[in-house]
Design a protein around this ligand. Structure first.
Ligand SMILES: C[S@@+](CC[C@H](N)C(=O)[O-])C[C@H]1O[C@@H](n2cnc3c(N)ncnc32)[C@H](O)[C@@H]1O
Ligand code: SF4
Length: 429
């Protein structure tokens, strides 16, 4: 998943199963952050590249991603040209920096032809120094599966495929309005594994009318393929979706809690590490691109609606590209791909770092805060002490990690870092 979606389910899954709140935080004296100036980086964070392809065969009723029905052919040549122009516009802000991973997300990037993805990756390599060992992921929908095309993606340099399976159960695929059936999901899963080896399946649970037994059997089908990586998302009703307007009959809280317990237990027994809120991997198969987001690395996002976070010697900048594909194409042609740009305020940086880092089961090294934000850890000392006093984090001189309680109450834990602060300064373009 891209940065657009990385924070989809902050702790929502675990919240459902519990009916009490953690104890209140004590007040702790701390230093004055106003004594600090701007950030100071000894070295810039690793840089990843996100590329957004915004078209799908059909809009799914639960989906709030920046995705649009293609209604005929997606204008792939014009769009790839615009991506190159967008990348060239961004080059001065990433000058000389190596790109450690690429994620082609959407939407449904697998709607594009293999030739278009080949041109895209060749054009990226010609413009930025891509590490030879870079992870290059492409998101694919089983409804777009053709063996020859997927083999073409592999030949173009895609070395990790993320397959949006959602469910193998025909009844639930229909309820989710998916364009593919269970047979197509199985065929795509099999072919993806034989062509790429490094594969993720996206699955969702707590589906309309889903029982615990159905969720177990669904995950059982997925595990029979033994994918190196699984992302298991709690289906959420997002504003501005058909499901939000016409809510389907979702399982009750108790059933959802039982489904979650069953999912965690099955994945653990099968040997997957639960390394992030929704992500499970075999050892060494964690998604490097997403880990970079969660460790507060830098990313340049190109394409319609893509988000970027870029560090400079004395500031951290966030950018958002124009969201509507047509508007994006026009604005890129006019040399103005950005819809919004702003410097991350000192008062926001602790929250932004923790929003990501606390999703990781093993947490982060204590030194990472200063490395990635450019500020000393003392900036969030009071919040850390409050989180520790409530039993939501554990820390020592070496690392900071969420406790089991902290993972269960992730939203509450992250909110502790939301200090009273002025809003991030943004410039609308
Ligand atoms: C951009 S889509 C990935 C690929 C492709 N578009 C597809 O759907 O096959 C990213 C993933 O987010 C998850 N997702 C989307 N909407 C969701 C929602 N409302 N609740 C939970 N997960 C959701 C789905 O698992 C989906 O595969
Ligand atoms: S195919 Fe994927 S991105 Fe497209 S609408 Fe469905 S869930 Fe969203």
């Amino acid at each position: 998943m891209g940065p657009l979606s990385g924070n989809r389910d902050q702790g929502k899954g675990s919240m459902a199963s519990v009916d009490h709140h953690p104890p209140p935080a004590p007040v702790v004296a701390t230093f004055d952050p106003a004594s600090l100036g701007g950030p100071r980086f000894a070295a810039l964070p690793p840089l990843a590249l996100y590329v957004h392809l915004p078209w799908c065969l059909k809009k799914c009723p639960y989906c709030d991603f920046n995705s649009h029905e293609a209604r005929g052919e997606a204008p792939e040549d014009a769009y790839v040209d615009a991506l190159f122009a967008d990348l060239e516009f961004a080059l001065p802000s990433i000058w000389g920096r190596k790109v450690v991973s690429v994620f082609i997300g959407g939407g449904t990037p697998s709607l594009f032809s293999a030739a278009a993805i080949d041109r895209l990756l060749a054009g990226i390599r010609a413009r930025v120094p891509l590490s030879p060992e870079a992870e290059v992921t492409l998101e694919a929908n089983p409804g777009t599966f053709e063996r020859e095309k997927f083999a073409g993606f592999r030949a173009a340099g895609v070395n990790r495929l993320s397959l949006g399976i959602q469910s193998f159960d025909p009844k639930h695929l229909i309820a989710l309005g998916r364009v593919h059936d269970a047979d197509e999901a199985r065929r795509a899963a099999e072919a993806a594994l034989s062509l790429f080896g490094n594969v993720n399946f996206d699955l969702m649970y707590a589906l309309p009318r889903q029982t615990v037994a159905e969720a177990e059997s669904d995950l059982g089908v997925a595990l029979a393929f033994s994918p190196p990586h699984l992302s298991c998302y709690h289906l959420t009703l997002e504003p501005n979706t058909l499901f939000h307007r016409y809510p389907p009959p979702l399982p009750d809280e108790e059933t959802v809690a039982d489904i979650e317990d069953a999912v965690h237990a099955m994945l653990e027994v099968a040997g997957y590490g639960h390394y992030e809120t929704s992500a499970y991997a075999r050892p060494g198969r964690e998604c490097r691109h997403n880990l970079n987001y969660w460790r507060f690395g830098d990313y340049l996002g190109i394409g319609a609606g893509a988000h970027s976070k870029l560090s400079f010697a004395d500031r951290i900048v966030r950018q958002v590209r124009h969201k509507q594909p047509k508007q994006y194409l026009e604005q890129v042609a006019a040399g103005m791909p950005l819809q919004e740009e702003g410097v991350v305020a000192r008062s926001d940086v602790g929250f932004e770092f923790m929003l990501n880092a606390l999703r990781l089961t093993e947490g982060v090294p204590a030194t990472l805060f200063a490395e990635r934000t450019g500020y000393p850890l003392a900036l969030v000392q009071r919040e850390l002490a409050a989180a520790e006093a409530r039993g939501l984090i554990e820390r020592d001189p070496v690392s900071i990690r969420p406790t089991e309680l902290g993972r269960r109450f992730l939203n509450d834990l992250q909110a502790l870092f939301l200090a009273e602060r002025p809003a991030t300064q943004r410039t609308r373009r």
